[in-house]
Ligand binder design. Sequence first.
Ligand SMILES: NC(=O)c1ccc[n+]([C@@H]2O[C@H](COP(=O)([O-])OP(=O)(O)OC[C@H]3O[C@@H](n4cnc5c(N)ncnc54)[C@H](OP(=O)(O)O)[C@@H]3O)[C@@H](O)[C@H]2O)c1
Length: 323
Amino acid sequence: MRLALVGFGNVGRALARMLLGTRAPFTVTAIGTRSHGAVVAPGGIDVATILAGTDLPRRSLPAMRDLPADILVEITTLEPRTGEPALTHIREALGAGMHVVTANKGPIARAYRELDALAAAKGRLLRFEATLADCLPVFNLRRASLPLGEIRRVNGIVSSTCNFILSQCARGASYADALAEAQLLGIAEADPRNDLEGHDAAAKATILANVLMDADIRPEDVLREPLTVESGEAAIAAASAGARLRPLIEIERADKSVRASFACKVVEPLDPMFAIDGFSMGLVFDTDLAGRVVVQLHDPHVDQVAYAILTDLLEIRASASRA
Ligand SMILES: NC(=O)c1ccc[n+]([C@@H]2O[C@H](COP(=O)([O-])OP(=O)(O)OC[C@H]3O[C@@H](n4cnc5c(N)ncnc54)[C@H](OP(=O)(O)O)[C@@H]3O)[C@@H](O)[C@H]2O)c1
């Protein structure tokens, strides 16, 4: 199948390397960026040559409906408040009859129901595994292993920056040093407020609630307790008592509504989140039929984002070849 990669930064380049390395059955026919150019080749782009260079030959991509591609891979910069430009890209691609895979939380947190309905109306697939926690199995777990029954509660760690800071503080680092190290390692943004104030976690909690628990909430509906210097001190106190402070999201069905929150909480050694240290992430699903299911992803890097996109692509390919 032919892929248009819109966004060719860290994730796009990691995906291109993985497509080459795994010889996955896809042909990249278009690549677009904001300010580093674009390239379109209906017969297939020489991805290795593009990876070795810097700017791309064309000024910009043609309109989505004119791209010679079956799947849009939307991996542009996150804009959490509006979801743009990704939201428009995804609407246009689905409208033009393409399948869509994205790692961008913005459009899924802002407009999941609309985009899901549009994909269904067009008979196309919309996949977004990488939006939650790199390749931690979440939505594909639901489809493959929890196809029946209700997910009643989800809790866990989806902010690797916050978890890294609390883990480092518990080992004796200062809050400022732990944050600086996360930035140096390229995990925390230069402006880390999106992570520390819990906006990123709130967007992920919204996606979990709306996709897995049939809710209709917005990121603003998620209660947030930001990470502060005092959280670092509380992490040290928890560690000296044999426990750990963790940045937890909790999403729970209460009567007919769904409540979601983000806050640092103490977990004891028998809690599944106790072992989720540093950049690792994990989730606990409490279900009516399957009981309690726990998933963990240890020390992910950008390749694990690319892997999640690749698994989505393979699922679309399998579905298209059955149709
Ligand atoms: N990095 C991770 O570990 C990770 C993990 C999970 C999810 N994600 C999500 O994956 C997406 C990509 O992340 P990244 O780390 O690859 O970001 P990045 O390195 O900043 O790259 C973003 C790319 O998007 C392009 N872009 C921005 N606006 C565009 C537009 N209007 N039209 C076309 N291209 C546009 C940029 O072009 P220019 O270079 O020309 O500006 C750049 O090529 C983000 O939504 C992010 O939240 C990332």
